[in-house]
Design a protein around this ligand. Sequence first.
Ligand SMILES: Nc1ncnc2c1ncn2[C@@H]1O[C@H](COP(=O)(O)OP(=O)(O)O)[C@@H](O)[C@H]1O
Ligand SMILES: Cc1ncc(COP(=O)(O)O)c(N)n1
Length: 273
Amino acid sequence: MVEVASALTIAGTDPTGGAGIQADLKSFQEREVYGMSVVTSVVAQNTLGVDDIYNLPVSFIEKQLNSVFQDIVPNAVKTGMIATVEMMEMVATVLKKQSVDYVIDPVMIAKSGHSLMEEPSRKVIREVLVPLATVVTPNVPEAEILVDFKITNTDDAKRAAKVIVTELGAKSAVVKGGHLMGEAIDVLYDGENFHYFKSARTDTKHTHGTGCTFSAVITAELAKGKSVVDAVATGKQFITDAIHYTLGVGKGNGPTNHWGYRLKGLPNQIRRR
Ligand SMILES: Nc1ncnc2c1ncn2[C@@H]1O[C@H](COP(=O)(O)OP(=O)(O)O)[C@@H](O)[C@H]1O
Ligand SMILES: Cc1ncc(COP(=O)(O)O)c(N)n1
């Protein structure tokens, strides 16, 4: 018999497939977890940037959530782009009724610089969603907003991860080092200890959706019953390979390669047809 875990992503879309819901579903699939998705915002974007955002009515997002939870209850849930305070409050109400692992990727600003979360929501997420989280996975600018201090090195990232747990109420937090200098070091605080996940920094502009992919893999691993530390370790390995074996598609900051891990040991020269 094959045991199947399932995971749900609640997030915005990327029609070019590198970030958001599309990246999440590809990641779930690669980790052999049954993937489901609830769309919060339809985003007209590509590797060059965001053209426009259409926020779905909160009542319709809620209907989608009900469709999922009435039928296939996921083992783990992640949220990505949740643009408004009203969306956050509704998602919190729904998730409080479930006992599933919950990963928050507090998506605020796309790498292209476009805001994906309305200004007031950036503070509200701390009170409404963060206390429900098994893991919060902010990048450096997002962590700075959550904790209200500057992060310029791994020591600051450590302090931020601890504040997200001890003061904001998440079970654990991993502050990602993609926006810092030197090696790419992610710092996890699990409520007791710090854990460090390191890789060499790949010199590339193709990092569109790295945070989405990383947090989706963590969600998939939690869905399978893995510990937070193991889930983050797998997420880090997966994203490192996905960045290394870049596909080089897109005219701007291209996506990562979700099957990069399968190419391990091969030269990273992929030619697109
Ligand atoms: N150039 C890079 N080389 C290797 N790893 C990277 C690079 N950029 C980001 N990462 C890794 O990708 C993941 C996502 O990090 P980050 O880019 O900071 O998130 P976000 O996409 O939310 O801005 C982290 O594990 C980080 O360490
Ligand atoms: C729907 C959606 N969710 C998240 C991101 C962040 O990804 P990135 O920061 O790599 O642009 C994005 N661009 N679009």
